[in-house]
Design a protein around this ligand. Structure first.
Ligand SMILES: C[S@@+](CC[C@H](N)C(=O)[O-])C[C@H]1O[C@@H](n2cnc3c(N)ncnc32)[C@H](O)[C@@H]1O
Length: 216
């Protein structure tokens, strides 16, 4: 069987495998095609041609986005925000996604303060997402697991209760369904797994409840 370009499928398969392991500028490579969509400079004409053809059929794939890496500790929001602000326009709505990371901060690190500092830098209409380890669903097993982990890894982790995870959001306005087991977020979606992931998840708008007060 041949494709519309008259290239046998078997040849295409072999070419695809080859393209993933060797640099051949004549053959589009997924990383370079993606790099083209992201606005990077690292691609060849074959990559650009493939990227343009796909985009012609499905323009949504072209994000025009930029991916940058900030080398900073979460406990240093000032540095993160300063460096992120070089790439992101923080005067426009943005999202801070803190998935499975705040449990690496101890209470002494003031994780709620870290969340608040990030949220304070966001424009109205922005969101903060958090997922966080909890022992609420399996207290003995998770507490034992945390103890073993903390005995082996100096930085340690902290499982937090529903109330403690709620407190991390401070005064931010939670989006329904609130803070729930991660597999139950969000409404209209049945839990993916019957076994708990031992994580809570929540999403909040950076607008505070007071922002919604109707004044005449
Ligand atoms: C379980 S992974 C979660 C990664 C990612 N957020 C996700 O949801 O797939 C935890 C990550 O938190 C990072 N981490 C732990 N403590 C941190 C800190 N104080 N500042 C920044 N990153 C930290 C670790 O390096 C690791 O990459």
């Amino acid at each position: 069987m041949t494709t519309r370009n008259n290239v046998p499928d078997a040849t295409k398969t072999a070419t695809a495998a080859h393209a993933l392991t060797r640099i051949d500028p004549r053959v589009p490579h997924p990383a370079r095609v993606y790099a083209y969509w992201l606005g990077s400079k690292d691609h060849y004409p074959a990559d650009r041609e493939a990227a343009e053809e796909v985009a012609a059929h499905r323009p949504q794939v072209v994000t025009g986005g930029i991916c940058e890496h900030v080398d900073a500790d979460l406990r240093d929001p000032e540095k993160i925000l300063a460096e992120a602000g070089r790439t992101l326009d923080l005067t426009r709505p943005a999202a801070v996604i803190l998935t499975a990371v705040l449990h690496f901060l101890t209470d002494a690190d003031d994780p709620a303060g870290v969340v608040a500092a990030h949220a304070a830098a966001l424009a109205p209409g922005s969101f903060v997402a958090i997922s966080h380890l909890t022992s609420d669903f399996a207290p003995d097993a998770v507490t034992a697991g945390v103890a073993v982990y903390n005995a082996l890894v100096p930085a340690g982790i902290t499982a937090r209760s529903h109330a403690q995870v709620t407190a991390l959001f401070g005064g931010l306005r939670l989006v329904a369904p609130g803070i729930v087991p991660v597999s139950e977020w969000r409404p209209g979606h049945a839990p993916v797994h019957s076994v708990s992931a031992d994580l809570y998840a929540g999403l909040a708008s950076t607008r505070r409840p007071a922002d919604h007060t109707i004044t005449s």
